[in-house]
Design a protein around this ligand. Structure first.
Ligand SMILES: NC(=O)c1ccc[n+]([C@@H]2O[C@H](COP(=O)([O-])OP(=O)(O)OC[C@H]3O[C@@H](n4cnc5c(N)ncnc54)[C@H](O)[C@@H]3O)[C@@H](O)[C@H]2O)c1
Length: 354
């Protein structure tokens, strides 16, 4: 079993990573001492991985309310959030109750948001079930729902109190989802750790635990230094996301998976990094080769540049009118640049069309 600690004073928490940890999740959660738990998931995930957790919690005397959200991005929706909050209210949940998120990044983001809202904030535990959620979204406390105007436009910073990541649950994850998740691992390598990129360039690891641990360590160190994304450091985690989120929105949150859209967005960021940050073409190729090895898309020919630019302008990162774009000068060394212009980004989007 691997452990990573996120040090945030009174909001500090542990991430436990280990094969079979889901088997003992009920014990870990019961030990937290909450008598009422809302297990927020999706019906299929709950069916595959939630049964033992529910029976274990009930056997430990914890009352469990099971709430299943719509699948994927459809979970990150106000009507789903409201439905869950109402169910909790009807069951007389109070400040001493706990939310447990069992699912991928979408369930985790929505459940975290629900926990942040109920009675102005109750604690929650993340049990990520996709590789993407294990290496990225379950850590750091960013919770969100989408608006039709853009992704993650509404949310709250609300840190979990515990994260339990069991790589065994990845056994039921469809291959395309597993591959899409690798985009966030490659992103973490590009911004902070060349060895992660080297690991991904070797192919699919026999055991994901090391990649999960390394990504959690890196994300923890960034979140510890810039929890609320005020200094710019946390923005580094958005490498590839500015264009990627716009691409995802233009694809209607359905045709491309989140990681695939981020992969396409990273191609744009790599193009701009070569142009403005001195990233060598050899390193750029090293990154895109690793992405291709994991079957990540490097372009999408259905992209409409004007639509992408329109969505992109509503991105939170453009809200102040100043364009702050994450570039990498070398693999493992990313920074926030203010030199990138809208015309540059338009060109990068053209590159993403292939
Ligand atoms: N909060 C953050 O810091 C952060 C960071 C990165 C991404 N995100 C968000 O994460 C979301 C994407 O998350 P995702 O890639 O995990 O996708 P997802 O949550 O949409 O899950 C993908 C699909 O896999 C299914 N699934 C999940 N676990 C499974 C399992 N073990 N077996 C079988 N099927 C399973 C889900 O039901 C869904 O259909 C996006 O909304 C993105 O914005 C958030």
């Amino acid at each position: 079993m691997e452990h990573v600690r996120v040090n945030l004073g009174s909001k500090s928490y542990s991430i436990h990573i280990g094969h079979g940890i889901l088997e003992s999740a009920a014990t870990h959660i019961a030990e937290l001492g909450h008598t009422k738990v809302a297990l927020i998931s999706h019906s299929e995930i709950a069916g595959l991985h939630g049964k033992k957790l529910v029976s274990g919690l009930r056997a430990a005397g914890v009352s469990v309310l099971q709430i299943n959200l719509a699948d994927g991005e459809l979970a990150k929706n106000f009507s789903e959030v409201e439905r869950a909050l109402s169910e909790m209210a009807r069951e007389c949940f109070d400040r001493s109750s706990l939310v447990v998120a069992l699912g991928g990044g979408a369930v985790g983001d929505a459940a975290g948001f629900i926990a942040s809202l109920y009675m102005r904030g109750i604690p929650y535990v993340q049990i990520p079930t996709t590789l993407l959620a294990m290496v990225d979204s379950s850590v750091g406390g960013k919770t969100a729902v989408n608006l039709k105007e853009g992704k993650n436009l509404v949310g709250a910073f609300h840190q979990p109190i515990l994260v339990l990541a069991d790589p065994d649950v990845l056994g039921t994850l469809p291959l395309r989802h597993l591959q899409a998740s690798v985009a966030e691992i490659i992103k973490t390598g590009v911004i902070r750790d060349p060895s992660l990129l080297t690991m991904m360039a070797r192919g699919v690891p026999e055991d994901w635990s090391h990649a999960i641990k390394r990504c959690c360590e890196i994300k923890a160190s960034i979140v510890e230094a810039d929890e609320f994304e005020t200094t710019g450091l946390r923005m580094l985690l958005n490498f590839g996301h500015t264009i990627g989120h716009a691409v995802e929105a233009c694809a209607g949150y359905s045709e491309l998976m989140h990681g695939e859209a981020i992969s396409i967005g990273m191609v744009g960021s790599i193009f701009l990094s070569v142009r403005h940050a001195g990233l060598s073409p050899a390193e750029a190729k090293q990154i895109t080769d690793a992405m291709a090895l994991h079957s990540l898309p490097l372009c999408w020919n259905k992209l409409d540049t004007d639509s992408v630019m329109e969505v992109l302008m509503r991105d939170k990162k453009f809200a102040s009118g100043k364009i702050r774009f994450v570039l990498a000068g070398n693999i493992g060394d990313a920074y926030v640049s203010e030199k990138v212009t809208l015309d540059d980004i338009r060109e990068a989007v053209e590159v993403c069309k292939g």
